[in-house]
Design a protein around this ligand. Sequence first.
Ligand SMILES: [Fe+2]
Ligand SMILES: [Fe+2]
Length: 163
Amino acid sequence: MTVANTLSWDDDLALGDERTDHTHQEFIELLNATTAAAPGNKLAAYQCLLEHTVEHFSQEERWMSACGIAPDFCHFSQHASVLEVMKEVERRAQAGEHAYIGSMIEALVEWFPMHASSMDAGLVSYLQEKGFDTATESFKDGSSVKVDGTAPDCGHETSHSCG
Ligand SMILES: [Fe+2]
Ligand SMILES: [Fe+2]
């Protein structure tokens, strides 16, 4: 079985929020650039992807925090788990074990479309419903924080506790 190590942007991945879609397109470009990089440039390309992913996740987390979503909500912990593994792969690659980068890319290719179509899609429609503008990172009425005790749909069963 051939395992995919690239992603392509298509309409199925578009969530309808300009800033999110732009960030996700950049993520795909950096992931593909890591796959395409020559062995001597692989770690540097991977580090660009990692740096971008740190910012990508913290952007979504800022938006969730602006809505008062508790830090134990599953979207935060899923980001944290992915970053933990990505950072471990960087450490291994820095120690000369470059093969881990290829495995990490394959895992991200499988993970990203699922995450985007569940947790990120749920977040985008939640933010739109709340009137949160991701370009200005503020609500339509001008406030920067609005807490109403609700949480976005994350794709989990309703019986699953998401924090
Ligand atoms: Fe995302
Ligand atoms: Fe996310």
